[in-house]
Design a binder for this molecule. Structure first.
Ligand code: NAP
Ligand code: ZN
Ligand code: ZN
Length: 348
């Protein structure tokens, strides 16, 4: 048994998104039905609709930055009630028994692998459809609570952009006494600036230009530099303990590694569609580390939401109607977003 809901889907790779009807599974014993209010547009949505990474499953309903209200719960649900304010991020299931799942790192599930919120196949064998829709059914273990102090529209992007930057900033020790650079001032980058600042680090934004400098400083950056200016690389040589790259295009990592102190770490979360090349002298010299990080676990996502509520952190958003999604995609690709498009899903 299923129920029908309205959504925006791409019917083939690179196709514009159109209003369509999709089926959601009935609410199972441990499921919650969520009346979606807002869905953020992540650059990953565009990579996947465009098949920039891999073959996609179509029709594709993107959206893994979901905020809404619980409208029904299954009989076995213990953590949520009708009326609760909740969020769903990039995954809706995992094996739950492997070491990573047990340790709360479900995003690195080594059993059956994490089940993506969309562009994936659920344990029932059916395709998963994401948040550009009016309702979603999710197992309660993959749902998080949005604190009352956070408005749902500015909270939605935290479910991916927030956790994707919070997790590595915590893991790699951003905090007091640490000089942290955030590379790229987009959806992820503008969250990283706020979170790194709230963690107590000295924060520098490295952006292609100084166009967004005022915003960066307002959001908590201590310094702001343009990477288009060669002087930036001379001035900041050997400066940072940690660089977090959120850039969606291939970069010359060798140049950025020169900005790290000895033993510094460059952690990358950006996922460009082409590989990069690297001069290994830039890692060997100064015992540098290059690392990566994928979203964050469920408990850590809840911790991030509570942290953001405590520090008054939300995304800077441009709220759009569903019929503006295709235009928003174009604007993300031309780096014309400040700093996250969020869909008012009541307009779907
Ligand atoms: P976004 O809003 O488009 O921001 C990306 C930023 O990268 C831009 O604002 C721009 O910042 C910078 N940039 C873009 N093209 C560049 C270029 N050619 N050279 C240098 N800088 C460039 O994208 P997003 O939603 O934040 O996502 C960023 C990337 O992270 C995407 O590839 C996405 O798929 C990936 N992602 C990864 C994870 C994960 O778990 N690892 C999770 C979510 C997203 P400036 O204008 O400041 O230069
Ligand atoms: Zn995302
Ligand atoms: Zn697992």
């Amino acid at each position: 048994m299923t129920s029908t809901t309205t959504a925006y889907a791409a019917h083939s790779p690179k196709a514009p998104l159109e209003r369509t009807a999709i089926e959601r599974r009935d609410v199972g014993e441990f499921d919650v039905l969520i009346d979606i209010k807002y869905a953020g547009i992540c650059h990953s949505d565009i990579h996947q609709v465009d098949e920039g990474w891999d073959e996609g499953i179509f029709p594709m309903v993107p959206g893994h930055e979901i905020a809404g209200i619980v409208s029904e719960v299954g009989p076995g649900v213990t953590r949520f009630r009708t009326g609760d304010r909740v969020g769903v991020g990039c995954m809706v299931d995992s094996c739950r028994t492997c070491d990573n799942c047990k340790a709360g790192n479900e995003q690195y599930c080594t059993g059956s692998g994490m089940v993506g919120t969309y562009n994936d196949t659920g344990k029932d064998g059916q395709p998963t459809y994401g948040g550009y829709s009016q309702a979603i059914v999710v197992d309660e273990n993959y749902v998080v609570r949005i604190p009352d102090d956070l408005a749902l529209d500015v909270a939605a992007p935290l479910l991916c952009a927030g956790i994707t930057t919070y997790s590595p900033l915590r893991h790699f020790g951003a905090g007091p006494g640490k000089k942290v650079a955030i590379l790229g001032m987009g959806g992820l980058g503008h969250m990283a600036v706020q979170i790194a600042h709230a963690l107590g680090a000295e924060v520098t934004v490295l952006s292609q230009s100084l166009r967004k400098k005022d915003d960066g400083l307002r959001l908590g950056a201590d310094h702001y530099h343009a990477t288009s200016d060669p002087k930036t690389f001379e001035e900041l040589d050997g400066t940072f303990d940690l660089i977090l790259s959120t850039v969606a295009a291939p970069l010359d990592f060798s140049a950025y590694l020169s900005l790290l102190k000895t033993d510094g770490t460059l952690v990358n979360v950006g996922l460009p569609e082409e590989p990069i090349s690297l001069d290994l002298f830039s890692v060997v010299t100064g015992r540098k580390t290059i690392a990566g990080s994928l979203i964050g676990g469920i408990a850590e996502t809840q911790e991030m939401l509570d942290f953001c509520a405590k520090h008054g952190i939300g995304a800077e958003i441009e709220l759009i109607r569903a019929d503006q999604i295709n235009e928003a995609y174009k604007r993300v690709l031309t780096i014309d977003v400040r700093y996250r498009f969020v869909i008012d899903t009541t307009t779907i």
